[in-house]
Design a protein around this ligand. Sequence first.
Ligand SMILES: [Fe+2]
Length: 249
Amino acid sequence: MDKQFNLEDFAAMLDEIANINPEPSELIQQGRQLLSNLVSSRGWLNETLSRLVLDEEFVQSQWLSIDPNEIILYRSPWKNFSIRAYIWEPGLKYPVHDHGAWGIVGAHINPIRERKFDLVAQEPDKHYAEVKVTADKVLNPGEITVVMPLDEGIHQMEALDRTAVTIHVYGPPLRKGYIKAYDLHFKQVTRLYSPYLQKKVMAIRSLGSITESWAEGILTEVLQTDAADYIRLECTDALRSRRGLLGKN
Ligand SMILES: [Fe+2]
């Protein structure tokens, strides 16, 4: 590697490229070279990790993300991309998932295993989805992988014998609010949300298993508001599952 990078250098260079408005493929191409330099450089994440441990206010200021192992490091003021660190513990299974945006991922501290998957069959009404492994690779610090949005970027990451840290650049989201998690054994797909939204969604899903009419009343009421698309989708799913239960009685 020719130059030691820090986060500020990296973000400034990527902002400069993104502001020319290149095609996403061009931004990804240039971004992956720069990210490779960043994740090969040592020491620039020390302050963030130290503050997470020692500075209570800094911890409290962290965004409550869908993934509890995510730390947001930078958001482009022009909303072109964000930079995040992920911390992976050995022996923990992280879900097979998709992304709302394209992403460039670099191994920074310790190696990380990445498996990529293709979606081979699905029946959204039944939450049925079948995926199959297409690649299985260990990334060593400095190495990069790329994920595309939605069904094109399904993958799973896993630390080996030591806690690993990866650095991710994500583009502007094509889909907001949730990621999809795929269960390989039950062949089911579930939408995962950030903590507060997840509570709301769990309540909606519980209404889908209550056959008394008040539950239908609430779900129908939500559909008459301007609630976000994913909340409407959850309500529609809950109404369908309720109807299924009523049909069985
Ligand atoms: Fe991911």
